[in-house]
Write a protein that binds this ligand. Structure first.
Ligand SMILES: [Zn+2]
Length: 329
């Protein structure tokens, strides 16, 4: 048997991170270095065909700029909001990309570049990127959360994505925190996401009218306020904003305690707008976790912030491509 060794810095991957608002298109080497990336508008209402035309154009531009030959590029790897039908290569359901179901996300890239294309849920890729080269580097059992429009979660074991029997699993944002809580986007009541997603945070702000009237957040409407502005107000010492973030950390910590008991993780990585320049959520999540989880596991689990930031899904896309490319040989 001949073992083929490739020089990973000399081979490349085309990577795409599709989001509801923006799509990031990149070129990286197989060591996980992103050499070039461009952000383009997703414009969901214009449909996936239009977006993929733009993606392919950007990628062709990168290939030309770096003077790459066909054999230099091993695969393309795409992240998309999900859940995804990994077999069909399509989106099953996405609030932000409605009407895109049935579209095969792999085909346009396979046809344009004649290389294998892989797809995976964007939150899983972000977690994988962090596990491979970011805040979870060298760790065996990594959990990752992205707090944004939704609450994305990932379970990464030995730098591989754990996503259940058909690939829909690891929806860590949809654990029930309170049985009769607010309706969640998944149609359950009282999910973690219903409390600590952007919408969940804003709902809690505007629900407490009395406290809001004494806060600097009072000048915003539900349309103009964002979790990041809540975070800024907290940094300025606004008591109400601080309490909202403490509560956010507490809800998160309740879920993290359960996940710690289930997975016994080495590290839990937190990312997303609300986590930027803000220790309140992180500290309160940690406090709650330590209070609730088995001591033998909670004493060792590290709570860290993302290291790779916006590049995490792209770097994760390279690693996922490597896992699947070599796994399929
Ligand atoms: Zn839910």
């Amino acid at each position: 048997m001949t073992i083929v060794r490739i020089r990973k810095e000399k081979k490349y991957a085309l990577v795409v991170d599709i989001g509801g608002t923006n799509t990031v298109v990149g070129l990286g080497n197989l060591k996980g270095k992103i050499l070039k990336k461009n952000k383009i508008k997703t414009l969901p209402e214009s449909g996936p065909d239009f977006l993929f035309l733009k993606i392919i154009n950007v990628l062709k531009g990168f290939i030309k700029k770096f003077k790459l030959k066909k054999e230099d590029i091993l695969f393309s790897s795409i992240g998309s909001p999900g859940p995804l039908d990994l077999k069909q290569g399509s989106i099953i359901h996405s609030v932000n990309l409605s009407g895109w179901e049935k579209f095969n996300l792999r085909e346009p890239l396979e046809a344009a570049f004649k290389i294998p294309a892989f797809i995976e849920n964007d939150a899983n890729l972000a977690g994988l990127g962090e596990s491979w080269l970011g805040a979870g580097k060298g760790k065996k059992m990594v959990l990752a959360f992205t707090l944004g429009t939704g609450v994305g979660g990932a379970v990464i074991i030995h730098d591989r994505i754990f996503n259940g029997s058909k690939g829909y699993g690891a929806e860590l944002g949809h654990i029930t925190i309170y049985p009769d809580g607010p309706l969640c986007t998944c149609s359950n009541h009282g999910c973690l996401e219903a409390y600590i997603s952007a919408g969940g945070i804003l709902r809690r702000v505007f629900e407490n009218k009395k406290a809001l009237s004494k806060s600097i957040l009072n000048k915003f409407s539900i349309e103009t306020l964002t979790p990041f502005k809540v975070s800024l107000a907290a940094q300025k010492g606004d008591k109400f904003a601080i309490n909202i973030l403490k509560e956010t950390g507490r809800y998160l910590g309740i879920a993290l305690a359960s996940y710690t008991n289930i997975f016994n993780p080495d590290v839990i990585i937190l990312g997303g707008g609300i986590m930027k320049d803000n220790k309140i959520v992180q500290n309160h999540a940690k406090k709650e976790l330590r209070k609730r989880a088995f001591k033998i596991m909670s004493k060792d689990v590290k709570i860290a912030l993302t290291k790779l930031g916006d590049n995490a899904p792209l770097i994760g896309a390279i690693k996922n491509g490597l896992n699947l490319y070599y796994g399929n040989l």
